[in-house]
Write a protein that binds this ligand. Structure first.
Ligand SMILES: [Zn+2]
Ligand SMILES: [Zn+2]
Length: 364
């Protein structure tokens, strides 16, 4: 619901995030991907893992837990009671959670600590809001901490409903803001902005489109296949491009509480634009004309064979595989380049041959 898919970058420490695979075959698939594709990116589908709630820490060292917490006041007692109430009927509470029953990996005992966890999250959030609402970077300080709390509730595999306890966290945090919003020391506009931020998480999330990441990766791999890396000049670049996946948005934000960099996936049409740009950039880095200018144009026949081979390979790939109209955008660029190179070489080859014969004749 929150993490669309989990990108596994090699050497990521899974245990720290309390991730549990619900489909053991998925991990085998990930390792297979990493071994066979020589890439450093692989992913688990949102359906294949659960993230259990994990320990949260207070926003800073100055935070002091109230004495007797969470039985210190009616608010915190109430949070514990409400979450306990939810757990008592869980997973029969709603249709989505009901599906958890009978899953081999599901054990209700794993969620018994949630009442205290939720009370802590709400109190930490209250502390952070009231403490930071008047500082310069109030928005980042507060929303990043809220995000950290929200992530701490983990997630069920896709289709199994929202994380348990999260709704209680949101309800009580909003209540606390509304309760303090009228007070002079807490600017109303800022409090309203934070409230709206929390509201954004309360709205029912549409199921993440899992296909997105797959589509982007497949698109990129198709480009790797179609680009004329078989031309000797470009072949060293193939490894370099196999290791990158330009599927994340450039602008990413760092959450200091989570310690993670967050990036969103680029859109499908953006990826196509990127591929067209990369294609043009690589192709323009090399031409027979440039080599000629630099006096380095040799092995004309071999170069002509390379070009003809590359063009034919591309035509055959195009015939064999389904090519979408979007892929045609960069294929057109590639074909154009190959044909232009061919015609340039065939135009100058006889001239060069004649002048070489002439030079040879003069030397005799
Ligand atoms: Zn209390
Ligand atoms: Zn439920």
């Amino acid at each position: 619901m929150i993490h669309p898919n989990l990108l596994i970058i090699l050497n990521m420490n899974m245990s720290t995030r309390n991730i549990h695979l619900t489909n053991p075959l998925a991990m085998a698939r990930v390792f297979k991907q990493l071994n066979h594709q020589h890439t450093n990116i692989a992913f688990l589908e949102h359906t294949d893992f659960e993230i259990r709630y994990n320990v949260i820490n207070s926003p800073d060292q100055e935070y002091k837990e109230p004495e007797g917490f969470p039985y210190c006041c009616t608010v915190h007692e109430r949070i514990v009671e409400d979450v306990q109430q939810h757990i008592s009927i869980f997973p029969k509470c709603c249709a989505q959670h009901a599906k958890l029953e009978g899953q081999a990996w599901f054990d209700k005992l794993n969620y018994m600590g949630l009442p205290l966890h939720t009370a802590k999250a709400v109190h930490f959030t209250e502390y952070q809001i009231l403490n930071k609402v008047n500082v310069d970077d109030w928005y980042e300080e507060i929303t990043q901490f809220i995000e950290y709390c929200i992530y701490s509730f983990g997630q069920f595999p896709a289709g199994f409903g929202p994380p348990l306890g999260l709704e209680d966290y949101l309800v009580f945090s909003k209540w606390i803001i509304k309760n303090n919003s009228g007070k002079v020391q807490y600017p109303k506009d800022r409090m309203t902005t934070i409230l709206n931020y929390l509201e954004g998480y309360s709205e029912p999330n549409t199921e993440v489109k899992q296909a997105d990441l797959n589509i982007l990766i497949n698109q990129y791999e198709k480009w790797l296949k179609l680009f004329p890396f078989d031309i000797p000049y470009f072949s060293p670049l193939k490894n370099q491009f196999s290791g990158i996946y330009p599927i994340l948005n450039g602008e990413s934000s760092f959450n200091k509480f989570l310690g993670t960099q967050k990036s969103s996936l680029i859109t499908y049409s953006k990826l196509i634009d990127v591929l067209v740009t990369i294609t043009k950039k690589i192709l323009s880095s090399y031409s027979a004309y440039q080599l000629f200018q630099e006096g380095k144009l040799t092995d004309l026949e071999q170069k002509q064979l390379d070009l003809a081979g590359s063009l034919r390979r591309l035509q055959l790939d195009q015939m064999r595989e389904e090519i979408s109209s979007d892929q045609k955008k960069y294929i057109k660029v590639i074909k154009r380049w190959l044909k232009d190179e061919q015609s340039y070489l065939s135009e100058i080859a006889p001239i060069l041959a004649r002048s070489q014969q002439y030079t040879a004749f003069l030397k005799e």
